[in-house]
Design a protein around this ligand. Structure first.
Ligand code: COA
Length: 323
């Protein structure tokens, strides 16, 4: 990974603002989640725009041009167009050589995308890959549901991955369990419509995000340490060789519980969810980019990252930052 960038909307909503919408308090949200405010995209703001801004920064910092890109992967669950938004980003960037597609794995999207991108590089098929994690879940939140509306925020993060004589993806472990699908959904609900006699189609709408918070919490705290352990094993690394723990920014209590289970010291944890909430596929690359720009993450540092969420899906990747 040779460059990172991020972009978030200008508008923010703090916990106090949420009390005007639902029966909650800053104190409740802060103690249960660690979140203090989130950025929200305005109606006219698109996922493509946010992703393009983040991508331009990542490309420039990698020292390449958009024309050098072979592949663009957009990890998102909230594209501007259900057919996908990656091609629009390709056009905005004028990355004429790059093939572009969307990848949907909810809050695990960036981690799944990282492994996908690395496979193309390992096989020698592509040299320069742009991976974006972006979501505007505010479009799909039920702003009357205090169990979910307090959690989510909008944003985009991007990284450039480049072929290198030494492989910087040190280990990974990805998992899915569709039997627990119901715990976190943004589901299409068909409405039966008669076209002509005997021909009936389901013409409906997507329903807002619905979540069983307790079960998702339990799932994350149990499963994330397991995949991290497996990824460490496949990388042949011990936990004390890790420089940074960078988890999907869903909830500070989840981050703390995973860190404790893995016995990783607090100063190695990257967390910025207080300012952004859960930005889904964007949370890891936004936090990564901030830590790189602040000079925390340095070339050669070993980072363990893990995503988890709807699907249910979860996974961990161990990688080395820089050239
Ligand atoms: N403000 C105030 N009170 C709230 C509230 C809110 N926003 N949301 C729920 N409550 C109330 C509940 O109604 C309940 O009240 P009761 O005891 O009178 O019935 C009480 O607080 C406890 O609710 P509960 O749902 O058990 O809270 P919790 O401790 O499980 O915390 C979450 C809720 C959502 C913060 C927590 O379950 C969580 O973080 N889960 C993981 C979610 C996640 O990260 N999802 C994304 C994964 S990608």
């Amino acid at each position: 990974m040779t460059g990172s960038g991020s972009a978030v909307p200008a508008i923010f909503l703090d916990n106090q603002g949420l009390t005007e919408l639902v029966d909650t308090s800053d104190e409740w949200i802060t103690t249960r989640t660690g979140i203090r405010q989130r950025r929200l995209a305005e109606a006219g703001e698109s996922l493509t725009e946010l992703s393009t801004v983040a991508s331009r920064k990542a490309i420039a910092r990698a020292g390449i041009t958009p024309q050098d890109l072979d592949l663009i992967i957009l990890a998102t669950s909230s594209p501007d167009d259900l057919f996908g938004s990656a091609c629009q980003i390709q056009a905005e960037l004028a990355a004429s050589k790059a093939v572009a597609f969307d990848l949907t794995a909810a809050c695990s999207g960036f981690v799944f995308g990282l492994v996908t991108a690395a496979q193309y590089i390992r096989t020698g098929a592509y040299e320069n890959v742009l991976l974006i994690g972006a979501d505007i879940l505010s479009r799909w939140v039920d702003w009357q549901d205090r169990g979910t509306c307090i959690l989510f925020g909008d944003g985009a993060g991007a990284v450039v991955l480049q072929a290198n004589s030494c492989d910087h993806l040190l280990g990974f472990e990805l998992k899915s369990d569709g039997t627990q699908y119901n715990y976190l959904t943004l589901a299409y609900s068909p409405e039966s419509t008669d076209l002509i006699q005997g021909v009936n189609v389901g013409k409906g709408n997507f329903q807002p995000i619905a979540m069983n918070g307790k079960e998702v919490y339990r799932f994350a705290v149990q499963k994330v340490p397991e995949v991290i352990d497996k990824a460490l094993f496949s990388a042949n690394l011990s936990v004390d060789q890790i420089d940074w723990l960078l988890l999907h920014q869903a909830n500070q209590r989840i981050i703390d519980a995973v860190r404790e289970r893995l016995n990783i010291p607090e100063h190695k944890v990257i967390s910025n969810l207080a300012n952004y909430g859960n930005t889904s596929a964007a949370s890891i690359p936004i936090a990564l980019d901030e830590a790189v720009q602040e000079g925390k993450i340095k070339p050669g540092n070993i980072i363990v990252t893990a995503g988890f969420g709807a699907g249910l899906s979860w996974g961990a990747v161990i990688f080395q930052w820089g050239r």
